[in-house]
Ligand binder design. Sequence first.
Ligand SMILES: NC(=O)c1ccc[n+]([C@@H]2O[C@H](COP(=O)([O-])OP(=O)(O)OC[C@H]3O[C@@H](n4cnc5c(N)ncnc54)[C@H](OP(=O)(O)O)[C@@H]3O)[C@@H](O)[C@H]2O)c1
Length: 314
Amino acid sequence: MTINNKFSSKGWTAARLGSLNGNTYVITGATSGTGFEATRLFLSRGAKVLMLNRNAEKSAAVIERLKQEFGQDADVSFIKMDLAVLDSVRQAAAEVLEKVSRIDALICNGAIAQVPRLELTVDGFESQLGVNYFGDFLLCGLLFERIEQSGGHIVVVSSLAYKRGLRRIQFEDLNFEKNYSAWNAYSQSKLALMMFAYELQRRVQTFGKNAQVFVCHPGASRTNLQNSFGMRDRVVWAILKWVVAQPAEKGAWSQVMCATEEGLKQEALYGPTKRGEMVGPVGENNLDPVALDREAAARLWKISEEKTGFRWSL
Ligand SMILES: NC(=O)c1ccc[n+]([C@@H]2O[C@H](COP(=O)([O-])OP(=O)(O)OC[C@H]3O[C@@H](n4cnc5c(N)ncnc54)[C@H](OP(=O)(O)O)[C@@H]3O)[C@@H](O)[C@H]2O)c1
């Protein structure tokens, strides 16, 4: 089904961005790929960007590169945060709250994909579920009040993988200890992230909170995501990405759109709209109802509060 693009046939483009002077964006995983390109776009319009990255060396190099492009006064900095470690997320969130008085958008972009073997995080989560979901669940919770005070947005960056794999949360074995597959575990992590975001939208509405939550994906984009793949998939994607994928900057548009546009539709997915929603004009995608399963979302929320030790007030 084709959905009419509210931003005309070219879809949303960076040309829609006006001045972002005075705005603050907090983004995870900005050392490369779409997170880096989103950061460039925010800085190009005068915003302040606080990156939450796991690698200090890469972050320093990225900041230098950005300052070369946008000048020494470009307001870009980073806080070290490893999404795979809940203590690191708690520490980073505390530093964010000290460092910025407003958050116009938190963009949950950082992730790993298709990890070839079952690996557990220090907190005992399957690695993709830990990095791509539990870390974000906790981070969003810890920063929510500041985002709400700022009338800000939460943007989660998902993947079309959410509707592939098992197409459900494997509650009986969240870690895939009995049936691990790189693809199924990645798909589950992105489905969990979306279920969380739509549940958060509903709770924000119920409690009348001053925040907006949006879900997007970058389609197929030329980034470093394959670094976490197994060797065979890494080689295949390294070649394939030059055939089927779009530049990382275009992959960043959907998240920048969700961070900066007001009044986008709820319970929607935003991303490229052509060639199986992998490339092309950015707009609203077809949303598989699997992500809107309210019973599963409520169950997942409860489990996530228990596993992260964080209770939302919503
Ligand atoms: N590229 C695609 O075709 C595609 C398709 C569907 C969805 N996505 C989604 O797009 C988002 C951006 O990915 P990308 O394609 O731009 O890949 P990328 O270039 O590999 O960027 C991923 C970012 O996440 C960071 N990261 C990884 N593990 C982390 C952790 N434990 N803690 C904190 N940061 C961590 C990476 O940091 P390091 O530099 O330290 O590794 C990097 O900055 C992801 O959510 C991904 O699932 C991408």
